[in-house]
Ligand binder design. Structure first.
Ligand SMILES: [Zn+2]
Length: 306
């Protein structure tokens, strides 16, 4: 038996878990309520399925490294430091929580800066993140978990971020409130959500249909659509016409990223869009200080009072 690395029982808030060996493998067990959390493929699981995010489990299996390799990494690094308004030195040695870690593009940045990172996701993408970030050794702690029942004690983290994730949950505001509780006094939290304009907003009519299509079929359709219309949309102005308004498409720099982003837009079950001032209010109402919005669609950060 050994103490687990920073995870605690989501039922008995803050109760540390023990790693115990059973006949069929290792589990994390709560000494309070007796709940068992299995370790599958080296990752602790606090949920038994990927619930409403099957599309993301599928998406990251196909695009394991699209956002991590060379070109994608540059954008991740730029976004990360721009959103926090901090230099890499700030993150060294800090306890960082990545909520909705996906394939690990932003955890990669924090780990390179020298942070210790806990990366949670409701989808099976945590398995891809673990693979992509294996070279960081025991500074990265993945878990499959639900942010509404987080497996962490209150005030555990110096830094929390969730980029492009909360709007895919059934109640983004409630999810945000849950995250603030996990932040240490003096810590900083930064989130991005979709803005109330652009592709993610204008796709809302088409999404009523597309979100009912099984993931592999929808992926095939969005790939065909993107490959056929990416250049006419981009260079012949098609994106400004009726078709472009009804069926918006990602204009990412590469066709591969555009395929990923377009599927990403049409597939999630939940997809809320927010004006900056709405998210700003979440921070204020949670008593956060030095609240700041960044001129990148709906990015807000704030600090917990000491
Ligand atoms: Zn418990």
């Amino acid at each position: 038996m050994s103490a687990t690395l920073g995870f605690s029982c989501p039922i008995c808030i803050g109760r540390h878990l023990d790693r115990v060996e059973l006949a069929n493998g290792h589990v994390y067990m709560c000494p309070g309520c007796g709940a068992k959390y299995p370790i599958v493929a080296g990752i602790v699981r606090f949920v038994d399925s990927d619930r409403y995010v099957r599309n993301f489990s599928f998406e990251w299996k196909i695009h394991r490294r699209t956002q991590i390799d060379s070109e994608g990494r540059g954008a991740s690094v730029r976004n990360f430091y721009f959103r926090f308004g901090q230099k890499p030195e700030f993150f060294r040695g800090k306890r960082v929580l990545d909520v909705g870690v996906g394939a690990g593009r932003y955890a990669d940045v924090a780990l390179r800066a020298g942070a210790e990172v806990w990366g949670v996701d409701l989808s099976f993408s945590v398995e891809i993140a673990k693979e992509n970030l294996a070279h960081f050794g025991n500074r990265f702690h993945p878990a499959q978990a639900d942010l509404f029942n987080p497996p962490f004690a209150p005030e555990s983290f110096d830094v929390i971020y969730s980029f492009g994730v909360l709007h895919h949950t059934p109640n983004p505001r409630k999810g945000f409130d849950a995250l603030v509780k996990l932040l240490k006094p003096g810590g900083v939290i930064c989130i991005t959500t979709y803005p109330d304009y652009g592709m993610y907003y204008t796709s809302r009519h088409a999404r009523k249909l597309t979100t009912r299509i099984p993931a592999p079929v929808l992926y095939a359709l969005t790939t065909l659509f993107t490959v056929a219309f990416y250049f006419p949309y981009k260079y012949l102005g098609l994106r400004h016409g009726l078709m472009g308004r009804l069926l918006p498409m990602s204009m990412s720099n590469s066709l591969k990223e555009a395929v990923l982003d377009t599927y990403d837009c049409y597939s999630p079950k939940y997809q809320f869009c927010y004006a900056v001032h709405e998210v700003f209010d979440w921070f204020k109402e949670n008593g956060l200080e030095r609240v700041d919005a960044r001129p990148q669609p709906t990015t807000v950060l704030g600090w917990k009072p000491v």
